[in-house]
Design a protein around this ligand. Sequence first.
Ligand SMILES: Cc1ncc(COP(=O)(O)O)c(C=O)c1O
Length: 370
Amino acid sequence: MLNWSLNNYLGLANHPEVRKADAEAAAQYGLATPMGARMMSGNTDQHELLEQQLSDFVAKEATMLMNYGYQGIMSVIDALVDRHDVIVYDAQAHACIIDGVRMHLGKRFIFAHNDVDNLEKRLVAASKIVAETGGAILVITEGVFGMSSSMGKLKEIVALKEKFQFRLLVDDAHGFGTMGKTGAGAGEEQEVQDGIDLYFSTFAKSMASIGAFVSGEANIIDFLRYNTRSQIFAKALPMPLVLGAIKRLELIRTQPQLRENLWTIVKALQSGLRERGFNIGNAQTPVTPVYLSGGKMEAHNLIIDLRENYNIFCSVVVYPVVPKDVIMLRLIPTAVHTLEDVKKTLDAFDKVTDKLKLGVYANTANVSLV
Ligand SMILES: Cc1ncc(COP(=O)(O)O)c(C=O)c1O
């Protein structure tokens, strides 16, 4: 089965050096160690080493590891603001950001997705509020939006710092390892890494692992170490995940060909889709949406046909994530896909979309599940 639905951008999941590092760390430590939270008995030199290496890589003073991105960023948002502060965040922010904002006791504003003029209006309103409360403003966006494949407008947002006082938190789950000259992410790509106050990413995408981190000024990270509830009151990352992340980061740093291979596939896939007339929206990053017209039943039948009769698996996204008459196929290219895989997929997509237009998928009986 040709699979386009794996969070493994750089192909590290089965890289022999990664498999060896994961296995050796598991043999040496098992999954139990450390047996406590970082603040209790859970801190190790290796956790600190990984933090140091991540700080160097993303060009920030300090880093805090987190067990999962989802709880991590929720809790970081919770720790950063109090009821005097105002959060301003992008309308298409990931669920973990929305859940973090839900815990906020003060005011919050949504700005229209990647609409910097709209953000500016929100910042005017937010600035008035904090002038009265004595609080501050936290702007939250993403480096790469994992559904639409657009990049957050970090350059323009950072430029607003000349007019407004705020801190910027960027979730770069899909940009870390894939974007930028060295793979340091969307901030590096847009040459505004310094303007990002808190840079967050997960190990779940490019690193194909578990864990996450947030990087920024040492005093803020230090504050987070003692105030991020989901990490203070939870067991530290197990050693195999820490040692495995150190190995993965080394490969990201030292083997740029992994990123080059990824981009060869991304470019072939995205230009091939565009040339064949597919709508892939404003794809600017590896994750690739393909927008088709149709309802849930057609989406269901199309995806089964692709899987059973063309040996291609990809995720399908339907209402309410996209409008009712839209089917979104979501492809995640990786460094270990081949140009042959791309060609096979483009040919299959031509066939299934012809069937979609002919109404073949409107009726389940038309799809043979061999
Ligand atoms: C933008 C974004 N942020 C955060 C997360 C959550 O990270 P984790 O899987 O480490 O919990 C994801 C998905 O995994 C994501 O796409």
